[in-house]
Design a protein around this ligand. Structure first.
Ligand code: IPM
Ligand code: MN
Length: 357
């Protein structure tokens, strides 16, 4: 496919092993772009813990305006051993999610061929669902505070915010996504919440029921979040698409990540699907400081993130090509998905994906 449009990608390699895995994703992008005739341009940004330690800023003045000129952001990892926890997460990752109003956090939970899952007797046919996590509200809004801090009478608050607009746009996008995914086993969207206890989730429940009427071809299903955790382990094949709130989504997607073979494989998209929206794609692995610079970290998650980026920016054919190459490499070449046990180095795995394109 040749399009006249130029795909503009901002690359933020970030900390630790982020740069190593991002390099492999960029290598795969170069190869698939050549095969598919995609015209693209990259610009690297050095945002991350190193820069913060040098300059004291997580995102410099003007960064948001500059990044807004790109179609998408490819992020490696945030997290630096020299920076106290929370600073980079809030100042970089969450800041970008909020500033670009990336209200969808898309986390496919797909077990690739050859990848080991901790679930006995479950294979790629059983573990293949998608979590659509709301990404801008809930306990993440930072409506919080302390009273009598540091005293025995201390009070801490953390308020969950849910808006009609916020849940409706996420639920509607999830229905559309479920329809498009067109699961041959039947289209089903499961709302995961805690309506038996949390009053705010009644808003999600009512909105879900209303929007569901516009999608008669999609079965509208509901699970409490605690039950969902049990089913994800016992019957993962039950799920097609899950839509859920930000905090619950954070928790169940780590469970999903381990079911699909761990942090070397799992990727996510922070998506603003509105016209002109800037979306950001990332491997879930984190910065893994102890593996940094050793050519042992698994780049599959970052390459998976690249495939999601291509899919969301209008290059589904290229995305599919990368996805099939990944699966051929996990299925026929790699010994394990764990760092240092892959049977190849980081760069070697990247090369294998390129060859499999
Ligand atoms: C994730 C991460 C982040 C989150 C952290 C790093 C702030 O766990 O993307 O799931 O909680 O959303
Ligand atoms: Mn998380």
């Amino acid at each position: 496919m040749t399009t006249s449009k130029k795909l503009k990608i901002a690359v933020i390699p970030g900390d630790g092993t982020g740069p190593e895995v991002t390099t492999e994703a960029v290598k795969v992008l170069a190869a698939v772009a050549k095969l598919e005739g995609i015209d693209y341009e990259l610009k690297h940004f050095d945002y991350g813990g190193e820069r913060y330690l040098r300059s004291g800023e997580t995102l410099p003045e003007g960064a948001i305006d500059e990044l807004r000129r790109f179609d998408a952001i490819l992020l490696g990892a945030v997290g630096h051993p020299g920076v106290p926890p929370g600073i980079m997460e809030k100042g970089l990752l969450l800041e970008l999610r909020f500033k670009f109003d990336q209200y969808i956090n898309l986390r496919p939970v797909k077990l690739f061929p050859g990848v080991e899952t901790p679930l006995r007797d479950k294979g790629p046919a059983d573990i293949d669902f998608v979590v659509v996590r709301e990404n801008t509200e809930d306990l993440y809004c930072d409506v919080a505070g302390f009273f009598k801090k540091g005293t025995p009478d201390e009070v801490a608050t953390q308020t969950a915010i849910y808006t009609r607009k916020g849940c409706e746009r996420c639920i509607r996008w999830a229905f559309e996504y479920t329809r498009r995914r067109n699961n041959p086993k039947g289209k089903m969207l499961t709302l995961v919440a805690k309506t038996n206890v949390l009053r705010g989730h009644d808003l999600w429940w009512r909105t879900f029921q209303e929007v569901a009427r516009e999608y008669p071809d999609v079965k509208a299903d509901y699970n409490h979040v605690d039950a969902c955790c049990m089913w994800m382990v016992k019957n993962p094949e039950y799920y097609d698409v899950i839509v859920t709130t930000n905090m619950f989504g954070d928790i169940i997607t780590d469970l999903g990540g381990i079911l699909q073979g761990g942090m070397g494989v799992a990727a996510g998209g922070n998506i603003n699907p509105d016209p002109g929206g800037v979306s950001m794609f990332e491997p879930m692995g984190g910065s893994a400081p102890k593996y940094t610079g050793q050519n042992v970290i698994n780049p599959i998650a970052a390459i998976n993130a690249l495939s999601m980026l291509l899919d969301q920016t209008g290059y589904p054919k290229a995305a599919d090509r990368v996805m099939r190459a990944i699966q051929s490499v996990t299925g026929t070449k790699m010994k394990s998905q764990a760092a240092g046990k892959m049977g190849y180095g980081t760069r070697g795995v990247g090369d294998l994906v390129v060859q499999a394109l």
